[in-house]
Design a binder for this molecule. Sequence first.
Ligand code: PEP
Ligand code: MN
Length: 355
Amino acid sequence: MELELKPLALTGIEEKRPIVIAGPCSAETEEQVMNTAHQLAKKGAKIFRAGIWKPRTKPGGFEGIGVDGLAWLKRVKEETGMLVSTEVATAKHVYECLKAGIDILWIGARTTANPFAVQELADALKGVDIPVLVKNPVNPDLELWIGALERINGAGLKRLGAIHRGFSSYDKKIYRNLPQWHIPIELRRRIPELPIFCDPSHIGGKRELVAPLCQQAMDLGFDGLIVESHCNPDSAWSDASQQVTPDVLSYILNLLVIREGKHTTENLSELRSQIDECDNQLIEVLAKRMRVCREIGTFKKEHGMTILQTGRYNEILDKRGAQGALCGMDSEFIKKVFEAIHEESVRQQMEIINK
Ligand code: PEP
Ligand code: MN
């Protein structure tokens, strides 16, 4: 299905990169919301975010202040002139937000992953002209992400955007949610006129990663950023470790280098970032392979076997050489790579056996 889109046309906001949405993960108290909002407005922020209903992985955490918080967002709008935005996950949330005059809605990652929930939102939004930003689903499924955009578009909403917030994985490494940049890049290729925002806070999960992720998103031609900012991050009721003060956010944004060349697939930094992604994956796969090799080392030690099993080694070199050739690489090159990998595997097994 082709999406029929219109520009976001956010009142009073220049269509200049990056369009910034900033504010706390959650609206906690009226004082916290107003304090954060005034500080952000003073730094030039134009669009405020705050979660009113919070989808939590486990029950018992802070699940959002609920409808009462909408009145605080109204106050933010009146006192600062900023546009206000929040997450909706049910038809009731939509009605409450429309009633309260919320300017921009976003659909959270857990909701995007559920077509029933997205359809319920689409039905509730039928005939309403409000910008809706759709976060990627928690799982790396581009079709599901596009499907959610199609459902909202199918209800007649044309001012749509996407938010890239990374993808969850079992192994938590540097990132809270893996960026997998090739997915939003492919989204851009498929729907070039759709504005894409990056959410460095939920990708990084820690405040030190916010600045580099913002820069990376700009280098990849993203249109906007949605960043969690709190007047007192350490005492935040949700996502404390990833929030930054309005001062720090302003500092980060001022240091951003905005290069033009948006929307071109030749863009060198875009390609480089794809290379970085590949290299990261290579290292992770190699590390995993070495872990398995060490386990084999333990097995060989327990069973009094020798490390080098020549038959198996030759089999690997031949099989992978042929496979590499099928993928357009020189089979001798692949053999060399596997010789080097094998050498390191043997070294690691020797360490285990001689322990
Ligand atoms: C949020 O923006 O606070 C949020 C809950 O994000 P996500 O849906 O990306 O987890
Ligand atoms: Mn959050």
